[in-house]
Design a binder for this molecule. Structure first.
Ligand code: ADP
Length: 260
C-alpha cells in the first residue's frame, strides 16, 4: 500500500512516497512553499519520479505551515505530530528533535515510543532559523550549501553579539569591511544559530539522543556548533529535510491500518 506525505513549509514543499509504512520509495522537493504552486509542482515531480498515479495512493496527508490551504490531500495533520513520527522512523532511539526550517525552530521531546511529549517553538523571530542563514549567505555572496565548507575552514570564529537578524547583518558587514576571513564569519554565524536554538532546547530540557531535521540540518556547521553547545552528538539523516513529509506519510499509513 502506498501513502504520501506532503510538507508545505514557508520556503519549500516536500513530498515522500511510502510503501507499507516502511519503505521510502521516492522524495521530491520544490523551492517554493505555501501560497505558491510549489505544493502542486512537488507532487507532480514525485509522481513522475516514482511513476505512480494519484489513484494508487491510499492516503495523502498534508502537514506544515500551508497544510490547510492545500486542497489535494485526504488528511491534514500538525507538523509537530509529523516531525515526531518522521524522526522516530529515521532514529527509533531518539528522544529530542531539533527542527530548523526556513522560518521557525522547534524542539520536540519524544516519549520512548516516539510520540510527541512536549515542545518549544520560536516562530516569532528570524534569529535561529533558516531565514537568518539565508540573509547572511546573501550578504557574504555565498550559496547556502557553501556555509558548511567555510565553517570547516575556520580557525578563529568571530563573535556575533546581536540576537536580532537586522543588527547581526550589520555586524557581518562590519566584520567583512574590517577584513575578517569569510570562513571565520561563517563560523560566527553558525555559532549564533546554535546559541539561539540551544537556549530553546535547554528550556525544554535536554533528552538524549538528539537529532536534527529541517533544511538547516543539512548545514554541517550548525550541526557541529549545536553539538558542541549541547555537549552531545547530533544525529543526522540525509532524509532530514523530508522528516515532516515522511511523518505525514506514516500518519496516513497508520490511519489506513486503523480503518481495516
Ligand atoms: P520550511 O519547511 O520552513 O519551508 P525547510 O525545512 O525546507 O523549511 O528549510 C529551509 C531552509 O533550509 C532554508 O531557509 C535554508 O536556510 C536551509 N537550507 C536549504 N538547503 C540547504 C543546504 N543545501 N545547505 C544548508 N542549508 C540549507
Amino acid at each position: 500500500m502506498y501513502t504520501l506525505g506532503i510538507d508545505i513549509g514557508s520556503t519549500t514543499s516536500k513530498c515522500v512516497l511510502l510503501q507499507d509504512g516502511t519503505d521510502i520509495m521516492a522524495e521530491a522537493l520544490v523551492q517554493a512553499g505555501t501560497g505558491t504552486d510549489g505544493p502542486q509542482k512537488a507532487m507532480e515531480k514525485l509522481f513522475n519520479k516514482a511513476k505512480v498515479d494519484r489513484q494508487e495512493i491510499a492516503c495523502i496527508t498534508a502537514t506544515g505551515y500551508g497544510r490547510n490551504r492545500y486542497e489535494g490531500a485526504d488528511e491534514q495533520v500538525s507538523e509537530l505530530t509529523c516531525h515526531a513520527l518522521g524522526n522516530h522512523f529515521l532514529f527509533p532511539e531518539v528522544r529530542m528533535v531539533i527542527d530548523i526550517g526556513g522560518q521557525d525552530a522547534k524542539v520536540l521531546s519524544l516519549s520512548e515510543k516516539g510520540r510527541l511529549a512536549s515542545f518549544q517553538m520560536n516562530d516569532k523571530c528570524a534569529a535561529g532559523t533558516g531565514r537568518f542563514l539565508d540573509v547572511m549567505a546573501r550578504v557574504l555572496q555565498l550559496d547556502i550549501a557553501q556555509l558548511e565548507e567555510e565553517y570547516k575552514k575556520a580557525d578563529s570564529p568571530v563573535n556575533i553579539s546581536s540576537t536580532c537578524t537586522v543588527f547581526a547583518e550589520s555586524e557581518v558587514i562590519s566584520q567583512l569591511s574590517s577584513g575578517a576571513p569569510i570562513c571565520n564569519i561563517v563560523a560566527g554565524i553558525c555559532n549564533s544559530v546554535a546559541a539561539r536554538v540551544s537556549a530553546l532546547a535547554k528550556r525544554e530540557g535536554i533528552r538524549k539522543p538528539v537529532c536534527m531535521s529541517g533544511g538547516v540540518a543539512k548545514n554541517g556547521g550548525v550541526r557541529d556548533a549545536l553539538g558542541k553547545v549541547l555537549g552531545t552528538e547530533i544525529l543526522y539523516s540525509p532524509h532530514a529535510q523530508y522528516a515532516g513529509a515522511l511523518g505525514a506519510a506514516i500518519y496516513g499509513w497508520e490511519k489506513e491500518n486503523r480503518n481495516k
